[in-house]
Write a protein that binds this ligand. Sequence first.
Ligand code: ADP
Ligand code: MG
Length: 273
Amino acid sequence: MERIKTGIAGFDELIQGGIPEGFNVLVAGAPGTGKTIFGLQYLYEGAMEGQNGVYVSLETSYGAAKFQGDQFGWDINKLETDGKLSVLEVPLDKSKINLFEMIEEEVADIKAKRLVFDSLAAFAINMDQFAIPLGKDGDVSPLVKKSTSLLKDKKSKYDVMPEMGMDSKGRFFYAGDSEKRITYLLINELAKLGTTNLVITDANNGDTQLTVDGVSEYVCDGLLFLDILETSTGNPRIMQIKKMRETNHRLDQIPFEINSRGIVLKPIEGFLG
Ligand SMILES: Nc1ncnc2c1ncn2[C@@H]1O[C@H](COP(=O)(O)OP(=O)(O)O)[C@@H](O)[C@H]1O
Ligand SMILES: [Mg+2]
C-alpha cells in the first residue's frame, strides 16, 4: 500500500509513514485549533514533493489563505503560478452550484494527488446553494428514478422532490435532502476522485457525537481531532488520531505547537525518538 507523507513535522511517524493513498481523513476541531493551517501545510509539503493539490475553500477566502501561508513561508501565489496548487474559492452567493463538477475539473486540470476540503461545516450551512448528486444513472435507486420521471411528466401530485435534475455527466441531483445524507454523499464523491483528502469540519461539544453532522466520523477512513486544552500550565494544543484504517497508531493526546514553520509535533519519548 502506498502512503502519502503529509510532511507535517513529527506526524507521519505516528501513522506508519503517511496516510494510505486515496483515504478521506476528517480533520475535526473547534475554531482556532489549527485545521486550516494543517490543510495548507499538507498541500504545501505535497507541492514540494511533486504532488499537486487542490484547496477547496468555502470558509477561508483566497486572500486569507494566502496571508496564512505567507506567515510560514508557503508562497501560495507562486505554487498556483507553477501549477502545483489550485485554490478553488467557492462562490456562496450563487445558487445551484455544481460543486462536484468544479472539484472534478480542478483535480483533473492540475493532476492533483491531494485535496483539502475546508470545510464540511460550511458546506452543510450553505447546503441549499449546491446541486447535490444522488449517483449516476444506473446506481440510483428505483424509487429515485421513478420520482424523477414523475417530475418530468409533471404528473406527480406530491411535490416531494422539487429540485430533481440531471447534470451533463448523467448524475441525478436533489436539493433538499437531510444534512446527514448529503454529508455522506459529499464524502462519497470526494472518495471517487482518487486523491488523498483532508476533510475539515467543526467538532461537536457534546459527547455522543464528535462532529457537528454526526455521520462523517463513521464514513471517513481516518479521523484526526485537534483541540486546545484548558490547563493553567504548558502547551495547550493537542491532536488525537482517533481513527486511521489499515494503520497501527497511538490513541492518546499528542502535544503540538504552531510556530514559524507551521504545525510541529512535540517529540514524545519512546515514540518519535
Ligand atoms: N504565525 C503563527 N504562529 C503561531 N500561531 C499561529 C500563527 N498563525 C496562526 N496561529 C494560530 O492558529 C490559529 C488559527 O489556525 P487555523 O488553522 O486557521 O484554525 P481553524 O481552521 O481550526 O479555525 C490562530 O487562532 C492562532 O492561534
Ligand atoms: Mg479554518
